[in-house]
Design a protein around this ligand. Structure first.
Ligand SMILES: O=c1ccn([C@@H]2O[C@H](COP(=O)(O)O)[C@@H](O)[C@H]2O)c(=O)[nH]1
Length: 239
């Protein structure tokens, strides 16, 4: 069933090597609408290398900030020169932290170059048992809805969630949140550490705005072909 939203592809360039990240970015440049650089790359290579790896592609800077409000706000100031299109914080940092991140973005970035502030809800590597071990009772979807509502009410532009929570989030929060969805596995791909997964077509049908795909592309024998196949799957799902 079509919901009228198109789903775009973000490729996660998870490596400790700048030349490798640049090579992957060049290979996926057609099908990928954005590249994601995260903790592994940034800690290993540094912020100047993030700029080099992203090249001219829109940048999803996935550093999942989670600290006291003052520190998160200051960190966002330190990242501003990279001009990311999206950046992440953890929703579990709470209202004051999310609001401080919002304020830092609004005060640090020019109005026409503000990144989307995305709040990570429950990591896609966690199932219900893993969630319960952290002391959170109830279902994963209930926790995603709780954190999603808090984040949007505190100033986030969107949420990172799994495909399984898209419909409940849309029912609870409407069309406003930009939903960015990792935990994507083309049919037959290894799950790795991901627990809450769907295929690209399923995520598109569920209404993801963006899907994030790393290893199924970057560990493929032909990353360009793997990315093109996922983009084609998204096109087919929409028609
Ligand atoms: O809940 C989350 C939040 C972020 N991620 C990130 O997405 C990619 C997924 O990579 P795969 O290789 O396709 O599993 C990775 O960079 C994570 O840091 C996530 O998976 N889940």
């Amino acid at each position: 069933m079509s919901h009228g939203r198109s789903t775009r592809l973000i490729v996660a360039l998870d490596t400790k090597d700048t030349a490798q990240a640049v090579s992957w970015r060049e290979q996926v440049a057609g099908p990928a609408c954005m590249v994601k650089l995260g903790l592994e790359f940034t800690y290993a290579c540094g912020l100047d290398a993030v700029r080099e790896a992203a090249g001219g592609s829109p940048l999803f800077l996935d550093l999942k900030l989670h600290d006291i409000p003052n520190t998160v706000a200051s960190a966002i100031g330190s990242l501003a020169a990279l001009r990311p299109a999206m950046l992440t914080i953890h929703a579990s940092g709470g209202r004051a932290m999310i609001a401080a991140a919002r304020k830092a973005i609004d005060e640090t970035f020019p109005a026409d170059a503000r990144p989307l502030l995305l709040a990570v809800t429950v990591l896609t590597s966690m199932d219900e048992a893993a969630l319960h071990e952290t002391g959170v009772e109830g279902s994963v979807v209930a926790q995603v809805l709780r954190l999603g509502a808090l984040a949007m009410d505190s100033g986030a532009d969107g949420l990172v969630c799994s495909s399984h929570e898209i419909a409940p989030l849309r029912a609870a929060l409407g069309d406003a949140p930009v939903l960015v969805v990792p935990g994507i596995r083309p049919a037959g791909s290894a799950l790795g550490d991901q627990k809450r997964v769907m295929t690209p077509a399923q995520a598109s049908a569920a209404g993801a705005d963006w899907i994030v795909v790393g290893r199924p592309i970057t560990r493929a024998a032909d990353p360009a072909a793997a990315a093109a196949a996922i983009a084609a799957e998204l096109e087919t799902a929409l028609s």
